[in-house]
Write a protein that binds this ligand. Structure first.
Ligand code: 0RA
Length: 659
């Protein structure tokens, strides 16, 4: 979104065009991305971000988001209050201008903020346009002002309501228009809590309250440590290298650089770069600057302290980032977001700012905390050794021809199509189900790879050990993407990789192990939407020669209901006292214990035939949450795993893992 300065953008003729909010109602997707769940919640983000800007600028200390009983949402802050005086360009009050002129956003008033978070933001006027009703209240110098809108159209004048107890602040209440948000207008409390918790981490010292008047739930957030608290939160459940978190906050020229770092004992890197409070998922100049400085500083320290011997090679960035958890937050006046999804920071100067701050302050940190420094370097040295061992192991397998594209794993029954887009790989639990799948499949497009027994838990093994595991090697080889620093998603031989395991505890465990492997080592394959879970049926119902399959208890019940109703319609005499299976005329009801109980034809009919099968696409909607859950389920700390599983003993299912 291009940032516009109101002052030099509007002249009389343009106001004509821009004044109306019709374009927003005509093409809402262009302004808020979608009109589904995400778009609906984007409205809260838009309004809340303005209040957060007021807090970042140092004027607001408290933000409250309330989900109202009547379906509305209210966002309050104790900032300066949106000005109510006449706006020189529109002749309306600044408040009305902000809410009715497209793109007026938070930048009205000129010289507003040095830094603004509503960068992807399109402004309050868009929220106004997409709401049946919006009420804006402003308190300035103890005076309350109010103005109302319907579908973005002003209703009456700005009213001076009178004296109030509050000294200052802004309050926006709005009701999303159900004719626009056809899917849903019900706000999700969890989304709101999650969003505001993150915003609270990023703006230290602000008080954030979230209330749900529909259920009387409430949360309050205040993080004195800001992003330090965030890093701490990300490391919950992991063994940390030291309690002492590295933290720095420095102004460089017209920008702010804030960084928090804490190492843990896992092999996983979790670095979240933000620019003006927006998560820049695809990184950018701030991340580049951070990484290069981190590598340099740690190598320098390792040399100086003699931990890294003269004849030894430098530690690589990958070695240094094992077990790294960090938040990088830069705030700059004119951020440039690049890339297809605008998730990458482009400003070249920021690289230098971050490098400079890290070079200086991370060096101090290591020097002042020699014990921590020693542990960090020790970890990186271990990673380097493992990397070399993994390379040797890999070279060894390569020498044996294991990773050759021509040399596919023996157990793989490949498909005849060579087009990845048409091809599917079924990873099947057990040799017997593998056999049925091989005979039942469409051999043109479906390849089968049977896996024997449990897959190695990669959460607790390093790459070198993994490469000693036949099942994992077969999988890597079959998929064609390589591993580690040779991973290349473009080699993927199948665009659908389908995990097919029994619908029982062991099956779920194997599926989870496989997903952990994909999540940790083939993240791009997951992000590309290539991983699926097959959903085999739980029941077979026979009525004479007719077969029905049910994928859940509910579905079984509804099939039984339907059969009974059909028989009644056909005038069959149904014995009301008989059990329901009898009433339905069912001659056999079988509960499948595993895939192995199905013959080739049944497996095809129920789980592999693209026309009937149910596939669940595995997505990482919230990588942070997924990471935390994988750590709990698959990591070292047994207590956490126990309590997580006990807490969900009844409800645990794959979708709940949020992956
Ligand atoms: C620009 C100037 C001033 C206040 C604001 C923006 C402002 C906007 C929002 C949006 C939500 N809450 C807000 N609080 C303040 C005030 C300038 C002045 O008083 O001189």
């Amino acid at each position: 979104m291009v940032k516009q300065k109101l002052d030099n953008t509007y002249d009389g003729s343009q106001i004509q065009v821009l004044e109306g909010l019709d374009p927003v109602r005509k093409r809402p997707g262009m302004y808020i991305g979608s009109t589904g769940y995400d778009g609906l919640h984007h409205l809260i983000k838009e309004i809340a971000d303005n209040s957060i800007d007021e807090a970042i600028a140092g004027y607001a200390t408290k933000i409250t988001v309330t989900l109202l009983k009547d379906g509305g949402a209210r966002i309050d802050d104790d900032g300066r209050g949106i000005p109510v005086d006449k706006h020189p360009k529109t002749g309306l009050s600044t408040l009305e201008t902000a809410l009715t002129v497209l793109h007026a956003g938070g930048k009205f008033g000129g010289g507003g903020y040095k830094v603004s978070s509503g960068l992807h933001g399109v402004g309050s006027s868009v929220v106004n346009a997409l709401s049946t009703n919006l009420i804006a209240e402003v308190v300035r110098k103890g005076q309350l002002y109010r103005i109302k809108f319907e579908k973005g159209v002003t209703q009456g004048k700005l009213q001076k309501v009178g004296e109030t107890d509050r000294v200052r602040g802004t309050s926006i209440t709005f009701y999303p228009d159900p004719t626009i948000f056809k899917e849903t207008v019900t706000f999700d409390y969890k989304w709101v809590v999650n969003y505001l918790r993150h915003q609270a981490y990023l703006t230290k010292g602000i008080y954030v309250y979230v209330k749900d008047e529909r259920t009387n739930e409430r949360e309050a957030f205040y993080f004195e440590g800001g992003i330090q608290s965030y890093v701490k939160h990300l490391n919950v459940g992991k063994d940390i290298v030291s309690e002492n978190i590295f933290y720095v906050e420095k102004q460089v020229e017209d920008s702010m650089v804030e960084i928090a770092v804490q190492y843990n004992d896992t092999f996983v890197e979790l670095v979240k770069p933000f620019a003006n409070n927006v998560l820049t998922m695809d990184g950018g100049t701030h991340l580049v600057g951070f990484r290069s400085a981190l590598t340099r500083v740690i190598n320098d320290y390792a040399r100086k302290s003699g931990l890294l011997k003269e004849k030894e090679d430098n530690l690589t960035g990958d070695d240094i980032r094992e077990g790294l958890t960090a938040i990088i937050l830069v705030k700059l006046p004119d951020p440039q977001f690049e890339g297809q999804t605008k998730n990458k920071l482009g400003n070249p100067e920021v690289r230098r700012y971050v490098e400079q701050v890290m070079n200086e302050y991370f060096s101090y940190y290591l020097e002042e905390n020699p014990n921590v420094a020693k542990k960090i370097v020790g970890k990186a040295l271990l990673a380097a050794r493992a990397r070399k061992a993994a390379r040797a192991a890999r070279d060894n397998v390569i020498r044996k021809g294991v990773f050759d594209g021509l040399n596919l794993p023996g157990k793989l029954a490949d498909c005849s199509s060579k087009k990845p887009a048409d091809s599917e790989l079924y990873i099947v639990e057990g040799d017997s189900a593998g056999g049925s799948a091989k005979s039942g499949r469409d051999s043109k497009t479906q390849a089968i790879l049977p896996l024997r027994g449990k897959v190695l838990n990669v959460e607790r093994a390093r790459l070198d050990r993994m490469l000693g595991n036949n099942e994992i090697v077969s999988l890597i080889k079959g998929m064609g993407v390589g591993i580690g620093d040779q991973f290349d998603v473009s080699g993927l031989r199948y665009h659908r990789v389908i995990i097919m395991t029994d619908a029982d505890v062991d099956g779920s465990h194997i599926a989870t192990l496989l997903m952990t492997f994909f999540f940790r080592y083939m993240r791009e394959v997951v992000d590309g939407g290539h991983i699926y879970l097959a959903k085999p049926p739980l029941f077979l119902l026979r009525v004479g020669t007719k077969k029905y399959y049910a994928y859940s208890d509910e579905e079984r019940d509804s099939i039984v209901d339907r059969l009974i109703a059909e028989r009644r319609e056909k005038g069959v005499k149904v014995d009301d006292d008989a059990d329901r299976t009898k009433q339905a005329g069912i001659t056999m009801l079988q509960r499948y214990k595993g895939l192995g109980e199905m013959d080739a034809e049944q497996l095809w009919d129920t789980t592999m035939n693209p026309e009937n099968r149910v596939l669940i696409q595995v997505k990482v909607e919230d990588a942070e949450k997924a990471d935390a859950i994988f750590t709990k389920l698959m990591g070292d700390q047994v207590d956490l795993r126990k309590s997580f599983i006990q807490g969900r003993a009844k409800s645990l299912n794959i979708e709940e893992l949020d992956i």
